[in-house]
Write a new protein. Structure first.
Length: 466
């Protein structure tokens, strides 16, 4: 028995596919979300067919109305793929035939292939998805900026190796989580410039012989232009992998902040209080308030890295041009996009509603001998070589550890007992505010520099975007 006429192929086959093959080939369970993009592509393709005189004015009108009607049916759920339909393209061709009739609708497939269709649909989906992600990221940046603005002047312990290092402003620390996402926005912008080209007209791999105008289709679909090489257009998915990478990077940057939030919310740190509406409890321990959003964001990052890794592994051994392996390009980015669109609104809400324990932060800011570097640098201003200043300050810290005191508690006599260079004047640098405000070079933690950061970030994320 020959292949069913509902399929987009089969004339040279004496029988239809085995059930196992059909089940493996089927993709409507995930590519159906591209149905509206497919219909937009078909509408543009109709204009190209008409411009090349393969459709009359009347046929064009009938088919355009059919596409419009089918789009409404898809949107309402009145039209869905059949269980035995291979992909979104086959299902939608059946829909056009049901509305416009086989004779007219049968002309639509001329001059295009599922290969250039799907390459175009995926690009269109990703471009729209990127816009949604950009909007969410701007809202997140707004939340970070608002918290930074609300806590200007609040000091906290800065850390390296997760140990006390030097005091910094809480605002400076929060904005350190903003700039990676700014770079991710820039990555999306740069990626968009490379992605905004239409593969339509590339055919299966070599273009078409019907004289259809790919530029016309690209313009209709809102692309900046047409891909340069038909084989590359249909068989390359580096732009999909790049998009998956950017989503992974966004999630990794959120995961880094998640790690801190989880620690900050513990009793030991007591830096923050999570808002009730953005935390959860325990089914057995009534006292618990858990940072589930941060934990889920951290977990989703691993999932998105897996999606990227799997996609890269799929692409690494594919010869030119199209291979069916490329069916595996869509589920990873659908999943990563969906995951990120779940994480970002919740994460933004969590950050926007954090309550900071300012007294606790400022109490801990000078602890762990975090002002030691200031002592060493003061010695340098007194003409002591930094190598010696480093050694002297290290000895001073060891003295404090033995005595069980902080640097700010040292008497003049104790300072002099460690080194003749440690004059009483050194005490003027043993303050958190002095340490912070002294670091007023570009990008430093001083208040003036934090305000400058906020000025720059507010150009990207105006007030009220969270």
């Amino acid at each position: 028995m020959a292949q069913s006429n509902d399929a987009l192929w089969g004339g040279r086959f004496a029988s239809g596919p085995d059930g196992a093959l059909a089940a493996l080939s089927k993709s409507t369970h995930f590519d159906w979300r591209l149905a509206q993009y497919d219909l937009k592509g078909t509408a543009a393709h109709l204009k190209a067919l008409h411009a090349a005189n393969y459709l009359s004015d009347e046929e064009l009108s009938v088919l355009e109305k059919a596409v419009e009607e089918l789009s409404k049916r898809v949107a309402s759920g009145a039209f869905v793929p059949k269980a035995d339909e291979e992909d979104v393209h086959a299902a939608l061709e059946r829909g056009l035939i049901e509305i416009a009739g086989a004779e007219i609708a049968g002309k639509v497939r001329a001059g295009r292939s599922r290969n250039d269709q799907i390459a175009t649909l995926v690009r269109s989906f990703m471009l729209d998805a990127a816009t949604e992600i950009e909007n969410q990221l701007i809202g997140y940046l707004d939340a970070l900026c608002s918290q930074a603005e609300n806590h200007l002047g609040v000091a906290m312990p800065g850390r390296t190796h997760f140990q006390h290092a030097q005091p910094v402003l809480l605002s400076h620390h929060l904005l350190a989580h903003a700039w990676p996402q700014v770079r991710n926005l820039q990555r999306l912008e740069n990626w968009r410039a490379r992605t905004n080209y239409s593969p339509y007209g590339a055919g299966a791999l070599a273009g078409n012989t019907l004289g259809l105008d790919p530029k016309l289709v690209a313009k209709e679909l809102g692309f900046a232009g047409v891909t340069e090489n038909s084989m590359d257009a249909t068989s390359s998915r580096d732009l999909v992998a790049e998009f998956a990478f950017i989503l992974s990077m966004i999630s990794i940057d959120l995961s880094r902040f998640s790690e801190e939030i989880i620690a900050w919310a513990t009793k030991e740190f007591s830096y923050i209080q999570l808002a009730d509406q953005f935390s959860t409890g325990s089914s057995i321990m009534p006292q618990k308030k858990n940072p589930d959003i941060a934990e889920l964001a951290r977990g989703k990052a691993g999932r998105m890295i897996g999606n990227l890794s799997g996609l890269l592994a799929t692409l690494k051994g594919l010869p030119l041009s199209y291979n069916r392996d490329l069916q595996e390009d869509k589920e990873p980015i659908f999943d990563s996009f969906d995951s990120l669109m779940l994480v970002l609104p919740a994460f933004t809400g969590m950050v926007a509603t954090l309550t900071f324990n300012k007294e606790r932060l400022e109490e801990l800011a000078p602890q762990g001998f975090s002002l030691a570097t200031d002592v060493a640098e003061w010695l340098v201003t007194q003409g002591v070589a930094f190598r010696d200043a480093h050694e002297i300050t290290g000895e001073l810290v060891r003295f404090c550890e033995v005595e069980g005191i902080e640097l700010s508690m040292l008497s003049d006599e104790q300072l002099a007992s460690v080194s003749k260079h440690l004059k009483p004047e050194v005490k003027k640098v043993l303050s958190v505010s002095g340490s912070i405000e002294a670091r007023n070079g570009a990008g430093g933690t001083a208040s003036s520099q934090v305000v400058e950061q906020l000025v720059q970030l507010r150009k990207i994320a105006p007030h009220g975007k969270s």
